[in-house]
Design a binder for this molecule. Sequence first.
Ligand code: SF4
Length: 328
Amino acid sequence: MLTDSVLTVRELQMTFPGGREGLRRRPGVKAVDGLSFDVRAGETLGLVGESGCGKSTTGRMLVRLLDPTGGRVEFQGQDITRLGQRELRPLRSRLQIIFQDPFASLNPRQTVQQIIAAPLRAQGVATAEIRREVRDLVRLVGLAPEHLERYPYQFSGGQAQRIGIARALATRPALVVADEPVSALDVSIQAQIVGLLERLQRELGVAYLFIAHDLAVVKHISHRVAVMYLGRIVEIGDKAQVYGDPAHPYTKALLSAVPLPDPAAERARERIVLLGDPPSPANPPSGCTFHPRCPQAQQICRTEAPLLQIAGPGRREVACHFPQNAAH
Ligand code: SF4
C-alpha cells in the first residue's frame, strides 16, 4: 500500500451467478478477476478498456453499490469491503460517484436546490449553511443561481452532468469514481466537463478514478492509467509511459486506433487490428486470456496466465510473458 493512497484495492473479484440451463446451473461469470491498484490523494487514475471488460462493475464495487465476491477495498486506510449500509453512511460523504447518464441519476421530481442539498442534509448540516453551500456549488460548476429552482428536464445533458458533479462534490469528498461521465455528451461539451473536473481537482484536491472507453479523453485528464481486459488489469503506469511507450500488446492495439491530430502522422502510423471480438467472460480462454487475439502470442501464452509485474523503468506494471519496450 502506498503511503499517500486514498484507495487501496487488492485482489478484487466479482463473479455473477450463472443462469439455469434446464436442471443445471451454469458456472458463474467472472466479471472482475483479481484487480489490485491504488489511487493516490489528489490524482486521477484512468481506467480504460473495451465495453464489457469489467470497468464499470469495478467502479460500482469501489463505492459499494455492488458487493465484491472476493478481495479487499480500503478507503483512507479503512477496510470497507464488508461494511453494512449503516456503517457505510458516514463514509458516503468522502467517497462519491458520478454516473454516465446524468438524467437517470437525478431525481426528476426534485429541484436542483434539493438535489445538491440532499447529501449535505444527510450529514446534518444546518439549513442556512446548506443554502450558502448550494449557491457556491452551482457557481463552482458553472451554473447560475436562477437554475436552483428548476427541474432536471429543463437542462441540457452537459448542464445535467454539472448538477451531478455539484452533488458529488457537495460534501468535499476525497475520491470520486467517475463512471463514463462524458461518454453520453457531445464532443464540445465533453471538453467542458473534463476541463471542469480538472479545475475542481486543482481547487479542492479531490482524487478521481476516471472510467472510460475513450483513450483520448483518458489521456487528457489522467495522471496514471490502468488498462483492463476481460476483468484484469494488463498494464498500469504513468500516463506518459503507457501512452508513449506501451508495453502490453493490447495497450498497443488500443492506442493504434486513437486518431492522431496530425493528418501526416495519422497516414504514416501502423494500425494494429485485433482478431475477433473480446471473448465472453462466461467462457474465458486458458492461459493469457488475450492470447486468441494477440499478434505476439507464443505457446506458453495458451497455458500460463502472466502475472502483473514491474516491466522496465518506473513503476509501470504489465501482465505479459513478452512485454514490449520494457528493456529501455
Ligand atoms: Fe500476448 Fe502472450 Fe503477452 Fe498474452 S502473454 S499479451 S498472448 S504475448
